[in-house]
Design a binder for this molecule. Structure first.
Ligand SMILES: NC(=O)c1ccc[n+]([C@@H]2O[C@H](COP(=O)([O-])OP(=O)(O)OC[C@H]3O[C@@H](n4cnc5c(N)ncnc54)[C@H](OP(=O)(O)O)[C@@H]3O)[C@@H](O)[C@H]2O)c1
Length: 300
């Protein structure tokens, strides 16, 4: 039986997702929060936040920082995924009960997604956690939230409306699950409040399901006078080009992004979650009008 979770350590707490997760954890008022910041980091936090500087390469340094913690939430950036191994080892050594790794995207239990090069680091960490949970008291919860909705609209990701020429893949009708950063934070709160129901499994959350064409129609509604010129593209062609770029040793966003689109939009990648844990975790979802409000912020 899981014990209640009260003391929560957060790493990556200054990041795009991490800052939203930290904010929701703090505002829930349910936990004692300790931020683990890397030595030399210039990141700052709200007055009153407990911040501990640690050497993320040292299990001993991490273990000392994790003493007395019930859970570790690790929304670390994509380039820092590897530091989760010493973090997991330290969590085990410190007797931490629950670890939430830096996934927060596609469903990596899907065999097609597991093979996409962009997710190799996340798959490795998830597999490592699953193995450790077999023979230590450490438990885990992995979060699949699909594409970030608010961040994705602001950062030319789920649809690039910045110059009114969004790339639309494979006709644009594929429905995908999408979640705002704050809702991911609320889901993390829900997980920590339901340790038994979320033990050693992947949880699925979404604010809503939508397609690129639906987003485009809403964007046209918000900004009807703009010179909209959607560009049709093929997922197969985009990921083939990424495969070629990988063979040329090009490991950048241009190479990796099409693989993420595949995980979102290819029906074989289950980017449209069939079932969610929204009810368990207290997520109420968003409406089309919420999306319109987000689009207004981006387009106006
Ligand atoms: N589903 C989606 O649409 C979507 C979109 C984007 C990201 N994501 C996922 O969300 C997760 C978080 O990504 P993000 O973009 O929010 O991250 P991010 O903004 O890049 O945040 C990076 C955080 O990690 C910390 N960090 C970086 N390197 C570190 C190191 N070596 N040691 C310790 N801490 C380190 C940074 O600390 P400092 O303050 O010290 O720099 C910062 O707090 C990732 O798993 C990412 O793949 C999902």
């Amino acid at each position: 039986m899981s014990r209640p979770i009260k003391n929560v350590a957060v790493t990556g707490a200054s990041g795009r997702l991490g800052s939203a997760v930290l904010e929701r954890l703090v505002s829930s008022g349910k936990f004692n929060i300790k931020v683990l910041r890397r030595n030399g980091s210039k990141s700052t936090f709200a007055l009153g936040t407990q911040v501990v500087d640690v050497d993320f390469e040292s299990v001993d340094s991490l273990k000392a920082a994790l003493a007395g913690q019930d859970a570790v939430v690790a929304p670390l950036g994509a380039l820092a995924l590897g530091i989760q191994k010493p973090l997991i080892d330290a969590a085990i050594a410190a007797g931490v009960q629950r670890f939430l790794p830096s996934e927060f995207g596609a469903d990596l239990s899907n065999s097609n997604n597991r093979k996409l090069p962009v997710f190799a680091g996340k798959v490795e960490i998830a597999d490592y956690l699953v193995e450790k949970a077999k023979d230590t008291p450490l438990t885990y919860t992995v979060v699949s939230n699909g594409a970030f909705l608010d961040w994705g609209l602001r950062n030319r990701f789920i649809i690039d409306i910045s110059e009114y020429k969004p790339t639309i893949f494979d006709g644009g009708d594929a429905i995908f699950s999408t979640t705002t950063l704050a809702s991911v934070g609320d889901a993390v709160v829900g997980i920590l409040l339901h340790p038994e129901e979320t033990k050693n499994r992947r949880v699925y959350i979404e604010d809503l399901k939508i397609s690129q064409n639906q987003l485009l129609a809403l964007a046209r509604r918000v900004a009807p006078g703009k010179p909209w010129e959607p560009q049709q593209a093929s997922l197969d062609a985009a990921t083939k080009r990424s495969d070629e770029r990988l063979t040329q040793g090009l490991f950048d966003g241009e190479t990796f992004l099409p693989y993420i689109y595949r995980s979102m939009l290819d029906p074989a990648s289950d980017g449209n979650f069939q079932k969610t844990d929204n009810a368990l975790l207290g997520l109420k979802g968003k409406t089309e009008e919420d999306v319109v409000e987000l689009l207004k912020q981006v387009l106006n």
